[in-house]
Design a protein around this ligand. Structure first.
Ligand code: 2IP
Ligand code: CA
Length: 384
């Protein structure tokens, strides 16, 4: 269906506007994030939070896509639950109401009755019609019906950087080690039957500040990878002779050391699973390697579709090393997005438990697996 990709891009633009609003408006920025606990908490962090922006963005994406494509209803999933703490300390189910006025009333329950300006600004952004004007998207038909797709939403990836990220972080070799720029909106579509990621949109709400207005400017990237169709807003980056790797700041010393043998320079560190995946798609790194079980379907689905559109992919690190050790020469198993892990509860059902390697050029994947191969035999891969 031709309109699905523009719809994903348009809803990511609306989401990015809400994210920028929540950073710009003092009462929204001051609003304490809700702390996640129990199975909802990502073990990657001592304390894991979600903001009103996370929840509102997820619900607006669900609302808009479900309205435009009724066959998607029930198959649009996100990281966050829609409950948020209200001004009295109770909980309110955040959703897009039938009218902006109703949405204002619901937001006032969260923000407090005195925050009418913030509630009205948010409701206006949530109910606004988005006009893309991106002629590259006109007429692109991914060749797949929404009735065969599921959606994964990460409303704000790298929430920690969204909450407290600095705005003036200087990139190192083009990659920001941390900061607000690594907070992204991720919307991915996967084939419900095979789990293969087929459409992906990555939106960077805080890409750069306009030098004149000083307002945040965003940008977005998209990819289609279905059947024989490979289309992308990006071009495949030139392969470096020796792969440059980007890692989570939580990656083990053993993995960091083993990857040093690739000869592509010391591994670069960055915040944001989505951001590191984007760095690979942009060619700022040749691979993102993670041995920890700290990413989820919503982190990787959209970037994975874009990497597939560029000729690459995202494999499960543990499975790839096991296949290599067994003498397998075929393609390692790529991540899939349609089946929860049996025996797990809540978000843990959707963890990329065997870690991951993201790449554009297969020789770089092979080089990474060769460098880590010995580690795997020594059992030094902490997450796997
Ligand atoms: C997080 C976020 C973190 C990442 C973690 C993800 O998603 O991308 O930055 O940890 O794995 O699950 P790291 O920074 O080490 O890559 P969210 O912020 O949406 O919870
Ligand atoms: Ca995330």
């Amino acid at each position: 269906m031709a309109g699905l990709l523009p719809a994903l891009v348009a809803v990511s633009q609306k989401a990015a506007e809400v994210a920028r609003l929540c950073r710009a408006e003092e009462p929204l920025l001051r609003l304490r994030p809700a702390e996640k606990s129990g199975p909802e908490r990502n073990a990657r962090f001592q304390r894991d939070f979600k903001t009103l922006a996370d929840v509102l963005i997820q619900e607006l994406i669900k609302h808009d896509l479900g309205t435009q494509f009724p066959e998607l209803r029930g198959h649009i999933h996100g990281e966050e639950s829609s409950e948020f703490r209200d001004a009295q300390g109770g909980t309110v189910t955040v959703r897009v109401c039938a009218t902006p006025g109703d949405t204002v009333a619901l937001l006032l329950a969260v923000l407090g009755p005195e925050q009418t300006r913030a509630a009205e600004l948010l409701a206006e952004a949530v109910h606004r019609e988005v006009t893309l004007g991106d002629t590259d998207l006109d007429g692109i038909d991914p060749g797949v019906s929404p009735g065969d797709l599921g959606i994964w939403i990460d409303p704000i990836d790298s929430t920690n950087e969204f909450i407290g990220g600095r705005e003036d972080v200087a990139p190192i070799d083009g990659i920001a080690p941390e900061g607000l720029c690594s907070a992204l909106v991720l919307v991915g579509a996967f084939d419900r039957h095979s789990g293969v990621p087929v459409l992906g949109v990555i939106n960077e709400p805080f890409f750069q500040r306009d030098p004149q207005t000083h307002r945040w400017q965003g940008r977005y990237h998209w990819g289609v990878a279905h059947g024989d169709t490979r289309l992308c807003s990006l071009s495949p980056p030139l392969p470096r002779p020796r792969p440059r790797v980007v890692l989570s700041r939580a990656e083990s010393e053993a993995v960091r050391g083993a990857l040093g043998s690739l000869g592509g320079g010391p591994p670069l560190l960055a915040a944001g699973a989505g951001y590191k995946l984007l760095c690979v798609a942009l060619g700022l790194a040749d691979a993102f390697v993670l041995s920890l079980p700290t990413t989820f379907a919503w982190d990787s689905c959209a970037p994975h579709a874009i990497l597939r559109a560029l000729g690459g992919g995202v494999v499960a690190l543990e499975g790839a090393l096991r296949a290599r050790r067994a003498g397998g020469t075929g393609e390692p198993p790529e991540l899939r997005y349609h089946r929860p892990e049996p025996g797990r509860a809540g978000p843990q059902r959707w963890a990329n438990r065997g870690g991951l390697v993201a790449f554009v050029h297969p020789p770089h994947l092979r080089a990474v697996l060769a460098a880590l191969g010995e580690l795997g035999e020594l059992g030094e891969l902490p997450g796997c």
